[in-house]
Every structure is written in structure tokens, then in C-alpha cells.
Design a protein around this ligand. Structure first.
Ligand SMILES: NC(=O)c1ccc[n+]([C@@H]2O[C@H](COP(=O)([O-])OP(=O)(O)OC[C@H]3O[C@@H](n4cnc5c(N)ncnc54)[C@H](OP(=O)(O)O)[C@@H]3O)[C@@H](O)[C@H]2O)c1
Length: 289
């Protein structure tokens, strides 16, 4: 019996596929895009299917024991898909978010958190065994947000420089998820997965500068300036969600858990380690120009 990994071409899912393959677990990877098949190692079975078309999942779910569920699709087909997963696999590990954690950063109005909550309730009602994985802020978000300015030798212009998060490396999130997919005793688990330290956003930019060996200027923007600067390129609800979360957490340390150590027996990567492993993203080269 295989583990079906949805979101298998994405940030976390692709690393879950890698972890499971390394552990010798038979993996079936789901993608909507037939052309993505070529990007997987030959020992991964790749199937096409679309979470918004429940009937398209029939082949993907045949002889599967467990599903890793990532939902970035529109929500209409969630009930039909969860019902199918529960009936055919019986065990679901869901990539959610820490919306139940009583820390102001996670308690602001957020449509993604509402969707995650709905999916979790449907999974609980389905009778399937489940494990919920709730990563905090991904370190890779910071890389994606700030690398273009840093590569161009410009200051990072950003709001709430003092807002603290505990950035978690995608690889640690994926390793925890993969362990709960193939290890014993993880049914019913509910894991908030964070990095090891609470760091202000300006402090994170300074760490990137230290790793690169040159200071990077941090220019503090007001929330309205940030809204104006991102208006053409970011979805408004995402900007509002982030501003609300950063604003609410000002003056408080980030929520930090020991989940990575508890589940994997090894310490989570620090933000500095994550940056050091992604230096190429901050340096201008033909590949990222
Ligand atoms: N960023 C953060 O700080 C953070 C923190 C906590 C939780 N999260 C959660 O993490 C999740 C995103 O994970 P990620 O960053 O790994 O995702 P991602 O890189 O954005 O990848 C999305 C994946 O979903 C697949 N997908 C999209 N629509 C689909 C559909 N209709 N049917 C089947 N597959 C579909 C895509 O596959 P194909 O294109 O190949 O079909 C792709 O593999 C979200 O739920 C987010 O809320 C993020």
C-alpha cells in the first residue's frame, strides 16, 4: 500500500515525497499537470488528479493506506474529497495552520485559517484516523519576500520590523509530516511546528546580511505604505492578513514549540542555517535574474 501525497509539486509536498522515498515508503504523487511527471524520481509513482474534480481522484486513491493532504485549491469540493479520502485510505495527515493556538499572531481573521478549520472538522467527522500538521511562518516566505531587493543591492522596505516570528525551515515541516505518515503511533497527533527561536523581522534581515557578509538596510514602512507598495502584485486579503498578524504580535515573543525535536529527535534548523543553505537565492545569477 502506498502513501498518496497531494501538493506533491509544492514546497512541502515535494519534500515529503523525498523524505518518504528515502525511508523506503512507496509513494504516489498527485499533480494536476501531466508535464510535472518528469520532475519526479523514477521510483515515485505519479498520477494526475484535481482536488476540485473529486472523480478525477479515483486512480490516485486505489490501494492507498494514507494520504498527505495539502489544500490550496478553491474550497467547494472539500466535503466530497474528504469523504473519498476517508473511505478509501482511512488515514489522513493534513497540512493545516496553528489557528487554534492562543497567540495573537495566529488569532487574526484569516480566510485560510477558516478553510483549514473546516477541513479539520470534516476529517474528524469522517471517521478517518488523522494527524494535523500546523506550521508557523515558513522561513522560505522571508526568502521569497526579501531576496529580490537583496539581490538588487536595495534596502528591504517592510512593515513591523519588530514583529517576531519563529521561522521554520520547509525541510523540518516536511520531515515531521513524513514521520507521521510512515512512523507508528502518530494517529490523533496534532503538531504546531515552529523554528527554534523568536526573531524580529528586521533581525531576520540582519541575519541574512551577516550570512552574506554585507549589511542589508531595513527601511520600516507604515502599514499603509506597505499596502500601496504591494497593491499591484499581492492579493489584498493576503496583505491584510499579514499586517493584522504582525501588528497583533508586536511586543510579544513568537510562539515556539519543541515539535521538531520531539517528533524527529533532532533540533530544528535555525533561521541562520536556513539562510546559509539558500545563499544562492540572495545572490544575483543568471538563474534568478
Ligand atoms: N507559507 C506559510 O508560512 C504557511 C504556514 C502554515 C501553513 N501553510 C499552508 O501550507 C499550504 C501550502 O503548502 P505549500 O507551500 O507546500 O504549497 P505550494 O508550494 O503553494 O503548492 C501547492 C500545491 O497544491 C497543488 N494543487 C493546487 N491546486 C490543486 C488542485 N486543484 N488539485 C490538486 N492539487 C492542487 C499544486 O500541485 P499541481 O500544480 O502540480 O497540481 C501544488 O503541488 C497552504 O495550505 C498554506 O495555508 C503555509
Amino acid at each position: 500500500m502506498s502513501v498518496l501525497v497531494t501538493g506533491a509539486t509544492g514546497r512541502v509536498g515535494s519534500l515529503v515525497v523525498e523524505n518518504l522515498t528515502r525511508a523506503g515508503v512507496p509513494v504516489r504523487a498527485l499533480t494536476r499537470r501531466a508535464e510535472a511527471v518528469a520532475t519526479f524520481p523514477p521510483d515515485v509513482e505519479v498520477v494526475t488528479g484535481d482536488l476540485t474534480v473529486p472523480d478525477s481522484l479515483e486512480t490516485a486513491l486505489r490501494d492507498v493506506s494514507t494520504v498527505f493532504l495539502v489544500w490550496t485549491a478553491p474550497p467547494d469540493t472539500v466535503p466530497a474529497v474528504v469523504e473519498r479520502l476517508a473511505a478509501q485510505a482511512g488515514r489522513i495527515v493534513f497540512l493545516s495552520s496553528p489557528h487554534r493556538t492562543p497567540h495573537p499572531f495566529f488569532q487574526q481573521a484569516n480566510p485560510m485559517a477558516e478553510l483549514h478549520d473546516r477541513i479539520e472538522r470534516l476529517i474528524a467527522a469522517s471517521g478517518a484516523e488523522s494527524t494535523i500538521i500546523r506550521p508557523g511562518m515558513f522561513a522560505s516566505n522571508a526568502f521569497a519576500w526579501w531576496a529580490p531587493a537583496i539581490r538588487a543591492g536595495q534596502p528591504v522596505r517592510w512593515p513591523y520590523g519588530g514583529a517576531e516570528t519563529a521561522p521554520v525551515d520547509d525541510r523540518d515541516v516536511a520531515a515531521v509530516a513524513a514521520r507521521t505518515l510512515h512512523g507508528d503511533g502518530h494517529a490523533g497527533g496534532d503538531h504546531v511546528v515552529t523554528g527554534p527561536e523568536s526573531l524580529g523581522q528586521a533581525e531576520q534581515v540582519a541575519i541574512i546580511g551577516e550570512v552574506l557578509g554585507r549589511p542589508i538596510e531595513f527601511q520600516e514602512l507604515s502599514p499603509d505604505e506597505f499596502r500601496r507598495e504591494t497593491a499591484a502584485t499581492w492579493p489584498g486579503p493576503v496583505v491584510d492578513m499579514l499586517l493584522a498578524a504582525w501588528g497583533a504580535t508586536m511586543g510579544r515573543p513568537a510562539f515556539v514549540t519543541s515539535t521538531v525535536l520531539d517528533v524527529l529527535g533532532s533540533a530544528p534548523r535555525t533561521f541562520r542555517q536556513s539562510v546559509a543553505d539558500h545563499v544562492a537565492e540572495f545572490v544575483s545569477s543568471p538563474a534568478n535574474r
